[in-house]
Design a protein around this ligand. Sequence first.
Ligand SMILES: Nc1ncnc2c1ncn2[C@@H]1O[C@H](COP(=O)(O)OP(=O)(O)OP(=O)(O)O)[C@@H](O)[C@H]1O
Ligand SMILES: [Mg+2]
Length: 273
Amino acid sequence: MTNVLETRGLTKEFGRLVAVDDVTVEIDSEDITSIIGPNGAGKTTFYNLLAGQYEPTAGSVHIRPRDGDELVETTGNPPHEINRLGLSRAFQINNVFEGLSVIDNVRIARISHEGRTLDVRSRARDDTELTERAHEILELTNLEDVAHEECANLSHGDVRKVEIAVALGTDPSVVLLDEPTAGMNPSETDRMVELVRDLDETTETTFVLTEHDMDVVLGISDRILVLDNGELIARGTPEDVMANERVRKAYLGIDDEEDTPDGPAGFEGGEQA
Ligand SMILES: Nc1ncnc2c1ncn2[C@@H]1O[C@H](COP(=O)(O)OP(=O)(O)OP(=O)(O)O)[C@@H](O)[C@H]1O
Ligand SMILES: [Mg+2]
């Protein structure tokens, strides 16, 4: 078992609000991990801390680079450096250029990642490699058919796939997906779940996602982390987490003691009717 990402006591305060509260987690490279929690639980803030958009108030972030075997502390590093080290992010930030083709979006992600030489011959050679690798990524993400389509013309489901392709463009060790199925219809949702599972198996990349759709969460996750008010209140396999009383109460709105006469009415309780 090797961890691709760790946080230790990670904390972010906005004034008096503690959006992420002393969170210590380890993400195993073998797992697809979902981070769940109610609106405002701190999921996106947690991502912003991992990716370097925010500096933590306290605590640290550690990432294992793509070809490294040890974690590197990235706390306080700027986003582009964290990205170069191996962490990519998709969704809830706009990383797709609508006026460009699908393949050019992936090529640009790679170019900005690698940095380019001005030497024309090596650039031409690199460009062949660049294009080949971009096509490989489009194959992996089932986007080869629309490689030369302008992103503005794509369906919502395909745009989200492009966002993943762009994130993969930098050969990351870990990709953070923020609500990958948001706004999707059921068949797009199913295809997205299948895609992430496939990518998890066929690439060296580890996927972490936040998601509100519990069917997606349970269908995709090896491990689940539950945030509530910035605190990590539970972690484990889907079975462990779904059986956890605090999770059932805080997140699913199910009060296991709703049958007691004086107990509060639960989510499924009939008293309110
Ligand atoms: N830049 C900011 N300044 C002040 N408060 C913030 C900022 N960003 C987030 N917050 C607050 O931090 C808390 C956590 O917000 P966050 O967006 O991380 O939650 P979330 O779990 O991603 O929610 P959602 O499920 O709705 O996406 C919220 O109370 C939010 O209002
Ligand atoms: Mg969010």
